[in-house]
Design a protein around this ligand. Structure first.
Ligand SMILES: Cc1cc2nc3c(=O)[nH]c(=O)nc-3n(C[C@H](O)[C@H](O)[C@H](O)COP(=O)(O)OP(=O)(O)OC[C@H]3O[C@@H](n4cnc5c(N)ncnc54)[C@H](O)[C@@H]3O)c2cc1C
Length: 450
């Protein structure tokens, strides 16, 4: 209790962004309540992490807790073509400005539980099976009403609210607007399998990405000793060409049409249902207001090709905590106090977005998959892929040059044109749907399930 409020801050959402904010606030000595609508463990997509997450985990004191969970070690990412013998390995140990190259692949139900427990261990009051319903703002505080586990309602008086409710967007739906990214209108279908072969040794835990000639791509992420998370992301038009009645059928059809993935899944057994994720990639028109801040997916979401989601969510959670803590100290939690936070979130989002949008450009893929590496251009891209959102000038000019070459590659072939070479074969198989092509209903929910 803090006198005029029950808690200094209420954090809505028990995902990585919410737990980072709650832990960071509690470690600064603030009274925090964290409200999560489900009861953990719960399924969530988003398993592959980036080396720069290590710094965030250290900042909230969660390094040991995450290490103790024994997650699969990830040292890099292999990018290959789905229908040709081409591969480019992104080895994080070669990435400049990356302090610790090793990161983890996680079943999110366990990872999120570890982080939520850590927030509680730091002193946050965690309430599960409680859904935030309404927030009433006035000049002196916020009345936050939530549905309790037994179906009743309760109200807490708090100084500020962190909306870390993911794509549900508890406050984001009320304040400002969600601007979908017209260049990233993609759809994902995914499922977990056992009995998928892995590489040996240090590369056994790496993510594998396989590109498709229609602009889509597959991920294979080893999330435990036995389970592989497999998913495909397709531009909407490509998706419509293959959509079958059930997500399972769609995934099977696209897998069959991607020879290198089909070979890896030849003896695989599905151990989960298949799920859709649609309508992602957006930047909210604001990231904060009087007495509230948006964190993670609530404020911005970027297509997952480079596994940036959890890093972005947790980094913004830590920064939101710092901004709110300073506001509490100075007795000023107005929107004005959060401007620097907002600018930082947007700048970081745009930094990664440039690469993500680039990946859907065949010219970018040509250069990216090309084995030559001059002037350290690939290493500059690699550093960003490892999560480096504060690149030095030395990385920045190389990225600039890389994108200049991408523009040239659109007109003059500096590197082999992989997509042109393979698209005819790929589209032949791709357009053999497994069932009646139809568009299943794609509804978005707050916890990432559709
Ligand atoms: C297809 C796909 C693949 C992805 N792959 C990756 C990847 O490999 N690596 C990666 O880093 N990211 C990945 N992501 C992104 C990642 O899933 C998210 O960016 C990340 O989970 C964001 O964390 P968050 O804490 O903001 O939100 P979430 O993790 O969504 O947490 C929000 C929480 O809020 C709770 N909640 C919602 N509404 C309320 C309410 N009203 N009251 C109380 N609680 C509420 C929800 O139950 C949920 O637990 C992927 C995303 C997609 C769509």
């Amino acid at each position: 209790m803090t006198g005029r409020w029950d808690f200094d801050v209420a954090v809505v959402g028990g995902g990585p962004g919410g737990s980072a904010a709650a832990a960071a606030l509690a470690r600064r000595g603030h009274a925090v309540v964290q409200i999560e609508k489900t009861t953990f463990p719960r399924f969530h997509i988003g398993e592959s992490q980036l080396p720069w997450l290590n710094g965030v985990l250290a900042e909230i004191g969660a390094t040991e807790a995450v290490a103790a969970a024994g997650f699969v070690q990830k040292w890099g990412a292999a990018f290959g073509a789905g229908d040709a013998d081409i591969e480019r390995y992104a080895d994080f140990a070669r990435a400049p400005e990356v302090p610790e190259p090793q990161t983890v692949q996680v079943p999110r139900e366990r990872f999120d539980q570890v982080l939520l427990d850590h927030a509680a261990a730091c002193g946050a009051t965690v309430k599960q099976h409680c859904q935030a319903r309404r927030a009433k703002f006035d000049p002196d505080g916020v009345d936050l009403t939530y549905e309790t586990a037994d179906g009743g309602e309760a109200t807490l008086r708090v100084g500020a609210v962190v909306d870390a409710s993911g794509r549900y967007g508890f406050l984001a739906r009320t304040f400002g607007q969600r601007n979908s990214d017209p260049e990233l209108r993609n759809i994902a279908v995914h499922r977990q399998y056992e009995n998928v072969p892995r590489r040996d040794g240090r590369r056994a835990g790496d993510i594998r990405i396989f590109t498709r000639a229609d602009g889509g791509w597959f991920w294979l992420i080893p999330i435990s000793d036995r389970v592989m998370s497999v998913g495909v992301v397709l531009p909407q038009t490509a998706y419509r060409a293959v959509a079958a009645g059930r997500p399972e059928d769609t995934l099977d059809a696209v897998t069959r049409a991607t020879p290198n993935v089909a070979a890896l899944l030849a003896n695989a057994n599905a151990v989960s249902e298949a799920r859709f994720e649609a309508d992602y990639s957006y930047l909210h028109s604001l990231q904060a207001g009087d007495r509230f801040v948006l964190v993670g997916d609530a404020g911005a979401f970027l297509d997952p090709i480079f596994s940036t989601g959890v890093l972005l969510a947790m980094q913004s959670g830590v920064e939101a905590a710092a901004a709110i803590s300073a506001g509490l100290r100075d007795g000023d939690l107005s929107a004005r106090r959060f401007r620097a936070f907002e600018r930082q979130v947007v700048r970081r989002y745009r930094h990664f977005r440039r690469l993500v949008v680039g990946f859907y450009d065949p010219a970018f893929r040509d250069l990216f998959l090309s084995p030559s590496s001059r002037l350290g251009l690939f290493e500059a891209v690699l550093s960003t892929l490892a999560g480096n959102w504060r690149p030095s000038w030395s990385i920045r000019w190389r990225l600039w040059l890389f994108f200049a070459l991408v523009r040239i590659q659109r007109h003059v072939a500096l590197a082999p044109r992989h997509l042109e070479a393979t698209s005819a074969a790929a589209s032949r198989t791709f357009l053999e749907p497994a069932g009646d092509p139809s568009s299943p209903r794609l509804a978005e929910t707050g916890d990432g399930r559709t």
